[in-house]
Design a protein around this ligand. Sequence first.
Ligand code: 5GP
Ligand code: ZN
Length: 116
Amino acid sequence: MSHAQDCIFCKIIDGEIPSAKVYEDEDVLAFLDISQVTKGHTLVIPKHHTKNIYETDEAVAEKVFARVPKISNALKKTYEPIGMNVLNNNEEPAGQSVFHLHIHLIPRYGKQDGFG
Ligand code: 5GP
Ligand code: ZN
């Protein structure tokens, strides 16, 4: 696995920074976002460090995106939202603040969830 120095998410993968894990396998990790936009807000990341979608090869993309349905369904079961946003921000103008590819899963609970 390629790791980048000073990457927060690589440190989470290594366990140097604690996280609330939602799902883990050989290639992919999902954990709760530290700043929960809604209850259950989760980030899905490849264990192989890649900056964002532009620098992600197909083999890595296949693995990380393929896990999204399973992890979304696990969140649906746990948190019982009535919808789910799947988002990916690339580069600063698009809202990317951590430069290790990640997919946001944001459970939605209706008008009262305060998001969007
Ligand atoms: P971006 O803005 O790059 O799309 O999303 C980065 C996300 O990472 C943000 O929602 C932010 O709250 C989350 N985040 C940043 N640092 C940490 C951390 O140390 N732990 C966890 N669990 N989430 C983090
Ligand atoms: Zn990284």
